[in-house]
Ligand binder design. Structure first.
Ligand code: FAD
Ligand code: FES
Length: 247
């Protein structure tokens, strides 16, 4: 898989502890794929998995939240700093299989891999509806606007949009497919709603990773048959109905 050293183009805060990192695009990733990122010369052994957020022209944008040492190191990077970029990795959203009304559901930093999905669906002539949920102040929702039929926001604190959870914003029965990414309890809740209405649903899992290429099994999840599925290799996008969220 491709692995190159690239120079940071920009790295700007776009929300509380949330940054948008721009890097030169050396390949054309599929929406829903991810990359492994590691600052050149980092003392940290492992790269960190970050989803493709969007590709515009020759620029890839990654949206990430600072949660620990690896993402703090990314946040400290300046234009011109070097970073090893490995990917694109994994399987993206099954956009070519989708028709009819499509709903995108994102929670917090989980909105990242949905921006490129919204753009691709728009370009397929099928702009999706979009529901985004945040604990408090929303961030990076503007990039969805040009590509979505409708965009609804929920915040738990009530500072913007409808107060409450993103799952209160939609009825999956009105849709032919749902794509979802966010915290595990939110994805589980969305999948449960979709099971009731019989709506096909895909989720993008963000399990902890080490190798990112299927060799170490650190990222394994299980399906309802008890079969192990590697998030980096068979995912990160899976049919939501197949995944056991309570292993
Ligand atoms: C396929 C994939 C795509 C991802 N896409 C994005 C993205 O677009 N934007 C983004 O901000 N993050 C994304 N993540 C999560 C990101 O990889 C982790 O937040 C990051 O590795 C944390 O590294 P750290 O060193 O900063 O934190 P650590 O010091 O490793 O951990 C700090 C805290 O974060 C928790 N944590 C660590 N890794 C994860 C994880 N994978 N999921 C949930 N909690 C975790 C730890 O349990 C701990 O509480 C993705 C993960 C995967 C597997
Ligand atoms: S991260 Fe090593 S197998 Fe997935």
């Amino acid at each position: 898989m491709p692995s190159e050293i690239v120079s940071v183009l920009s790295n700007q805060p776009v929300g509380e502890d949330v940054f948008a990192l721009e890097l030169p695009a050396l390949h054309t990733p599929k929406p829903g794929q991810f990359y492994m990122l590691r600052r050149e010369g980092s003392v940290l052994l492992l790269p960190r998995a970050i989803s493709l957020c969007r590709k515009e022209g020759d620029t890839l944008t990654f949206l990430y939240k600072v949660v620990g040492k690896g993402t703090a190191e990314l946040a400290a990077m300046r234009p011109g700093d070097n970073l090893r970029l490995t990917g694109p990795l994994g399987n993206g959203w099954p956009l070519e299989k989708l028709s009819g009304r499509v709903l995108l559901v994102g929670g917090g930093i989980g909105i990242a891999p949905l921006v490129s999905a919204a753009k691709a669906l728009y370009q397929q002539g099928n702009p999706p509806d979009c529901c985004l949920g945040f604990p408090h102040q929303p961030f990076y929702h503007e990039p969805f606007t040009p590509y979505c039929r409708t965009l609804h926001i929920a915040t738990e604190s009530g500072v913007a949009g409808q107060q409450g959870l993103v799952t209160q914003l939609f009825d999956p029965g009105q849709y032919d497919a749902v794509l979802c990414c966010g915290p595990t309890p939110m994805m589980k809740a969305v999948v449960d709603l979709c099971k009731v209405s019989g709506t096909p649903v895909w989720v993008s899992l963000e399990n902890r990773m080490a190798c990112g290429v299927g060799a170490c099994l650190v990222c394994t999840c299980t399906d309802h048959q008890g079969k192990n599925r590697r998030t980096c290799k068979e995912g990160p996008v899976f049919r939501g109905e197949e995944i056991n969220f309570d292993p």
